[in-house]
Design a protein around this ligand. Structure first.
Ligand code: ZN
Length: 623
């Protein structure tokens, strides 16, 4: 099982040591406590548990393990947090990963990158030196392309020839097969003939986050179709996981905590030329969870700046549509509009739509006056607002049409909004657009979509005991992985504070941002996490034969059980603190722990609304 590195890092890192390096911790019984690093406080409510290698703050509710701690305090994504902790623990992350990887596959990928880099150099050389590229140079000049920026981006020109690149490489000991594999030559099935894929086009090398050339986007010079041609899928070129110019934008994205996604390579290029460095271009698929997974940690805001000429108004919607489709590219299921809003929520960042004046794309718009750009971002509108105004305006005035629009278009979106304040804002907006009363919209949201839903009430029935369920968190995640479609409806009911293991959190986020397609969810995860998820799945398959009764219906029960487990252990902790405070006659600490009990009691309401025989009434326990 290839979960090695991560496990080794976990084993070699003591959570008390790690946190104790920054936070003064004092031992109390089997746990340690100190002032919370995540919120400001005068008396310690941050508790570190060496046994479970986790922490919990009774003040602000932050929980997690060593990885979450580093991700949150150092503002890093999982991969970088793993690197930092591996370094600290003296674990050779790179070499272990290399060993685990197929060295042959690595060589193949390196070879493909190398060919793409050499092709980029070839195209660039043609662009700036060849007489055949004079028209291309003129086009770039007319468009105001600055040579220095163009060279930095490696812009080039593919000559109007079927064998310019092919001839260049064949004379340098590269084989046709290698060029086909790199996506640089096209091969005809019938007779095996090959020719240059890119001809008479301006070429944009597409680089991964690390800045390695993995393929090309190429723009037609004239009216040739398609206007943009990309490298075909290769082992290193996957449109759905790439964003053009992310390597150049990466630092600015982290610094500004925002990213702007435009449609065209020229749009991204123009932005960078004028110093707007957090701009990237989508690869024709608008936005996928996989693309965003590498930056989600670093952004609070994602701007979608899409063309808005006559066709572009549609393109904006299409952009969003294809974004939704990309959740489910391979399974072709109908994607509900609410998924996008759900995606926004799991992304943990606000998605805003930038509407440019009629007929303008970002390239024109920035070049006309660079000061336009910040202004356009400032006047962007939130995704939900954009969605509601587009789908609800122009609805027939008939009561039936308005009721259907409410039920089919608005409710699925509104139901995905987590924050009650935000929700009431959009309920009012929907009511205004459809000429209903707020209360009517609210009632529709509470009723939910018209389609029959799976019975989602988390059965107040007794929680079944399974030998496989010793760790309720792991058990829950395994169930979610086994029933990803059923999981979609249930994930919102999981309190993230109850999930302590970073791996489990990332898997849950990954599942939440897809349409229930497990492979898509796994593809968006770091490889260690994906490997771990697969190991949970295969274990569960082994167990499935012994416990065939475990079905998706157990998901709500497992969520509830996890909530109970966390609740009980937190309650035990507070009770013992309270006891100690009473014995010491520490009035302030007594008051504080009683407050914590009340907070816990409130949270208990959310997963166990009714009085249950399994719980003592904690309010009476206090008195
Ligand atoms: Zn806190």
């Amino acid at each position: 099982m290839p979960a090695g590195t991560l496990e080794t890092v976990k084993e070699r890192t003591d959570v008390v040591d790690l946190i104790g390096a920054k936070v003064q911790l004092r031992q109390t019984g089997r746990s340690f406590k100190g002032l919370c690093p995540f919120h400001t406080e005068k008396t310690p409510s941050f508790v570190v548990y060496p046994e479970s290698q986790s922490y919990h703050c009774f003040g602000c509710g932050k929980t997690g393990d060593i990885f979450t701690y580093i991700m949150d305090t150092e503002n890093l994504d999982f991969r970088d947090a793993l690197k930092l902790l591996a370094d600290r623990a003296g674990v050779q992350l790179e070499s272990q990963m290399q060993q685990r990887r197929d060295p042959e596959r690595d060589r193949e990928r390196e070879g493909l990158v190398d060919l793409n880099e050499r092709a980029a150099a070839f195209f660039s050389n043609v662009l700036w030196t060849s007489p055949s590229a004079s028209e291309a140079r003129a086009v770039l000049e007319r468009r105001g392309v600055d040579r220095r920026t163009a060279e930095r981006f490696g812009i080039g020109y593919a000559p109007d020839s079927f064998d310019a690149l092919k001839g260049h490489f064949l004379s340098r000991d590269v084989t046709e097969a290698e060029l086909v594999a790199a996506g640089l030559l096209t091969r005809r099935e019938e007779d095996g003939r090959t020719w240059d894929r890119f001809r008479n086009r301006i070429t944009f090398p597409i680089r991964n986050r690390e800045g390695k050339a993995v393929g090309f986007g190429a723009r037609a010079m004239g009216d040739a179709n398609p206007k943009y041609l990309n490298t075909a899928e290769t082992p290193i070129f996957n449109k759905r996981s790439l964003l053009y110019a992310l390597d150049k934008a990466y630092d600015a994205v982290r610094r500004l905590r925002s990213i702007v996604i435009v449609e065209g390579y020229m749009d991204a290029f123009a932005a960078h030329q004028f110093g707007f460095e957090n701009v990237v271009a989508s690869m024709g698929t608008a936005l996928t969870p996989t693309q965003v997974s590498s930056i989600r940690r670093y952004v609070d805001r994602v701007y979608l700046a899409l063309d808005s000429d006559a066709a572009g108004q549609l393109a904006t919607l299409r952009g969003i549509d294809s974004m939704r489709e990309s959740f489910a590219d391979d399974e072709r299921v109908e994607v509900l509009p609410g998924n996008l809003v759900r995606f926004e929520r799991t992304l943990g960042a606000e998605i805003r739509v930038v509407l440019l004046p009629h007929g303008k794309d970002p390239d024109d718009y920035i070049r006309a006056d660079p000061a336009n750009w910040p202004a356009a971002l400032d006047s962007s509108i939130p995704l939900v607002e954009y969605f509601l105004t587009h789908s609800l305006s122009g609805i027939d005035d008939s009561p039936t049409a308005r009721a259907r629009a409410l039920q089919d278009d608005a409710v699925p979106i509104l139901r995905e909004i987590g924050d009650p304040v935000v929700l009431s804002h959009y309920i009012a907006m929907t009511a205004r657009l459809l000429r209903f009363r707020d209360t009517e919209v609210h009632a529709a949201v509470l009723r939910g979509p018209s389609r029959r839903r799976e019975n989602r009430s988390p059965a107040s029935a007794a929680v079944s005991e399974r030998p496989s369920a010793h760790d309720p968190e792991r058990y829950l995640v395994t169930l979610l992985l086994r029933y990803p479609l059923a999981a979609l409806d249930q994930i919102a009911g999981i309190d993230r504070e109850d999930v302590l293991d970073t791996r489990h959190r990332l898997i849950i986020e990954g599942l939440a941002s897809t349409s229930g397609e497990i492979e898509i969810a796994l593809a968006g995860l770091d490889e260690e996490i994906a490997a771990y998820a697969r190991s949970l799945l295969s274990e569960s398959e082994l167990r499935g034969t012994t416990f065939p009764l475990a079905t998706s219906r157990e998901i709500p029960v497992a969520i509830q059980r996890l909530a109970q487990t966390r609740y009980e252990s937190r309650l035990r902790h507070v009770q013992s603190e309270l006891q100690a405070a009473q014995q010491a006659g520490d009035v302030a600490a007594v008051t504080e722990n009683i407050q914590r009990m009340n907070l816990l009691a409130e949270r208990k309401q959310s997963f166990a609304p009714r009085e249950s025989p399994y719980f003592r009434d904690i309010r009476s326990a206090v008195n």
